[in-house]
Design a protein around this ligand. Structure first.
Ligand code: CTP
Ligand code: CA
Length: 221
């Protein structure tokens, strides 16, 4: 098979990847979300599988087709993503958290369609559980975590803060909101850092390449 063509340097490792957006229901027909496509996470899932790992992908809505060798857990909301990831985490060796999880979820209006008529609409939101931070705090000896940091400015500073705050072993800061990087782009411009203080800025390159190189780095940590 395909794996005869790739290094099996992740054989015996079990990897969980969160990917895609989450979708937070408000009324009977509307939700709060973001443009994440799940591409970066799909690249990690395929790369890790090609390198011999057992891969579990916790996928938000609209995330791409994944080869059937990858176990897939389809979820919708941040709460569902958290529950699926929390259930898997104790038996994982590696967690890669690429998902663009909603930080807030609207207080539901209900199952009816909210009708127009008012001049303005005020919706209240409740904060969601930080999946990476919660599972990072529960990280056991031997487990390794790659987090992401989606930033529109101060990427390096924010990525370094997230590395510590979330007990990650690596953080990949990526520029979002540009056509050649971030949401829905086949390429990404990233800043990579690890718990030992190593830091690198990588020029725009395909997400397939970013995933492969981040795994190279993680295996050397
Ligand atoms: N993350 C998560 N669960 C959340 C929010 C974020 O698992 N509820 C993870 C993301 O998958 C990513 C990392 O945390 O790996 C950083 O996400 P990001 O949105 O960049 O940072 P936040 O910590 O949410 O802070 P902010 O959005 O305010 O920058
Ligand atoms: Ca966030």
């Amino acid at each position: 098979g395909l794996r005869a063509l790739t290094p099996q340097d992740m054989a015996g490792q079990t990897v969980m990847i969160t990917l895609g957006p989450t979708r937070e229901k408000w009324d009977g027909v509307r939700f709060w979300s973001n443009p994440s496509s799940g591409t970066m996470g799909a690249c990690f899932a395929v790369a890790a599988w090609l390198r011999g790992a057992t891969v579990h992908a916790v996928t938000g809505p609209g995330t791409p087709w994944l080869p059937s060798m990858i176990s897939r857990y389809d979820v919708t909301s941040a709460k569902e993503m958290f529950e699926a990831a929390e259930g898997l985490w104790p038996t994982m060796d590696i967690g890669v958290f690429t998902a663009a999880v909603a930080d807030f979820s609207p207080i539901p209006f209900g199952d009816e369609k909210f009708k127009k008529g008012a001049e303005e609409l005020v919706v209240r939101f409740a904060s969601t559980t930080d999946i990476l931070k919660t599972l990072g705090a529960a990280k056991k000896e031997g487990q390794r975590i790659v987090g992401f940091a989606a930033e529109t400015s101060s990427m390096q500073e924010n990525a370094l803060k997230k590395l510590r705050a979330k007990n990650a072993d690596m953080v990949v800061g990526n520029i979002v909101g540009r056509a050649d990087s971030g949401f829905q782009s086949p390429t990404n411009e990233v800043f990579v850092t690890d718990r030992n203080g190593r830091q690198e800025e990588w020029p725009v390159q395909p997400k397939t390449e970013v995933a492969w190189r981040v795994l190279d780095w993680l295996l050397q940590l």
